[in-house]
Design a protein around this ligand. Structure first.
Ligand SMILES: [Zn+2]
Ligand SMILES: [Zn+2]
Length: 334
C-alpha cells in the first residue's frame, strides 16, 4: 500500500524581528529593518551606509544571536538610501541581494537614469542653478549607499521559501516604481517598506523610465505616473488580509486599510485643489514655489515630485492639458 499519510508541509508564521537603525535625516527618523530568523536567515532592508547605522545593525543582530555573516539573503523593499544603503555590506558578508528590477535604476544609476532625471527636472521648469543643487545633493547621497556587486530580480507574486514558511512578494509601485512588500500569509503579517507609514507621508517620488517602459503616461512616457500607480497600489494593499503591518518607519500598523483610505482621500482632495490653480497655465516648479515657498535643499525635489505626480494624473484623468513652454512644461486646467 502506498503511503498516503505523508505530512504536507504546512507553513507556519515566520519569526520576524525588528531592528531600528539611525538615518542622518531628522525628518525621516530611524528606519526599521526586519530579520527573519529562520533558514535561510533573511534581512528585509538594510539601513543607510553610515558607521552609526552599521553598528546598530550589528548590535541588533547580536541581540538575536546572529552576526552579519549569518544573513544568507537580503530582500529589499525598494532602493531608497535608507533601505538599501548597507545591502552591499551584507552582500560582502556572504548574502544574496534580491530586489524588484524596477529599483535597479536607483541602485545602480545607469546612463539612462541620470539623463532621465535631468530631463524630468528640465521639463518641470526647474531653473539650471536649482538643478545643479539637486545634482549636488544626489551625488552626496550616493555616499550613503555601498555599491552592489550583483543582485537577483524578484517578481510580483514570487514566493520566497524558508524552512517551514514563506514570504510572498507583492509589487506595490508608487512611492518607488519597484516597491515590494513581503507577505507572511501564515502569520498574517505584511512587511510594507514605505508603502504604508503612520506619521510620515510616503510621497510618490519622481522616477525616470527607460525607453519603452509601460509605467509612463502617454503625455510623458519618460517618467512614471507615480501617483496613479500609488493609488492603485493602495487599493491593492487593502485587499491583503493583514493583521499587522510592519512598516519601514514609525509604529506597527493594525488598521492598514484605514491608513490606505486616508492617503487616498488626501490625494483626491489635493488633486481638486491643484486643478483650481491651473487656470492661467503653470509649470510644476511654479506650483511648487507657490505651494511650498519655505521648502529648501533636497526637500525641493520631494515637493516637486509631489506636485508633478498630481499634475500628470490630472492630465491622464482629462482634467488638465500640458504643452511644452520656454521654461518647462505648462499645465492648464480644462
Ligand atoms: Zn522610500
Ligand atoms: Zn524610507
Amino acid at each position: 500500500l502506498k503511503d498516503e499519510g505523508s505530512p504536507l508541509t504546512v507553513p507556519t508564521p515566520l519569526p520576524i524581528h525588528q531592528i531600528s537603525l539611525p538615518t542622518p535625516w531628522p525628518a525621516v527618523g530611524p528606519v526599521h529593518v526586519y530579520v527573519v530568523k529562520q533558514d535561510p536567515v533573511t534581512l528585509i532592508d538594510t539601513g543607510v551606509n553610515t558607521p552609526e547605522s552599521r553598528t546598530a545593525l550589528e548590535d541588533g543582530l547580536r541581540l538575536l544571536g546572529l552576526a552579519l555573516r549569518d544573513v544568507r539573503r537580503v530582500l529589499l523593499t525598494h532602493a531608497h538610501l535608507d533601505h538599501y544603503g548597507q545591502a552591499g555590506l551584507v552582500e560582502d558578508a556572504g548574502a544574496q541581494v534580491l530586489m524588484h528590477p524596477d529599483e535597479a535604476g536607483k541602485a545602480v544609476a545607469p546612463e539612462w537614469w541620470n539623463l532621465g532625471r535631468t530631463r524630468a527636472l528640465t521639463e518641470a521648469g526647474v531653473p539650471p542653478e536649482t538643478q545643479q543643487l539637486m545634482e549636488h545633493y544626489w551625488q552626496q547621497g550616493r555616499h550613503l549607499a555601498l555599491p552592489l556587486h550583483g543582485w537577483e530580480p524578484v517578481a510580483d507574486g514570487q514566493r520566497l521559501a524558508f524552512e517551514g514558511g514563506e514570504l510572498e512578494a507583492i509589487h506595490l509601485p508608487g512611492h518607488a516604481l519597484g516597491h515590494l512588500a513581503y507577505w507572511d500569509e501564515a502569520g498574517q503579517t505584511l512587511v510594507s517598506g514605505d508603502h504604508l507609514l503612520v506619521g510620515v507621508t510616503p510621497n510618490p517620488i519622481m522616477e525616470p523610465l527607460p525607453s519603452g517602459h509601460p509605467a509612463g503616461p502617454p503625455h510623458a512616457p519618460s517618467r512614471a505616473l507615480t501617483l496613479g500607480l500609488f493609488l492603485a497600489s493602495l487599493a491593492r494593499v487593502q485587499q491583503v488580509p493583514a493583521a499587522r503591518v510592519l512598516p519601514g518607519h514609525g509604529p506597527t500598523i493594525a488598521e492598514h486599510r484605514a491608513v490606505a483610505a486616508g492617503y487616498m482621500e488626501k490625494h483626491e482632495r489635493r488633486l481638486v485643489r491643484l486643478a483650481d490653480r491651473l487656470g492661467v497655465g503653470v509649470t510644476p516648479y511654479q506650483v511648487c514655489q507657490e505651494l511650498y515657498p519655505r521648502v529648501r535643499e533636497w526637500d525641493v525635489f520631494l515637493a516637486l515630485s509631489e506636485v508633478q505626480a498630481h499634475l500628470d494624473l490630472l492630465v491622464v484623468r482629462g482634467k488638465a492639458v500640458v504643452e511644452p513652454g520656454p521654461a518647462g512644461w505648462v499645465y492648464t486646467a480644462i
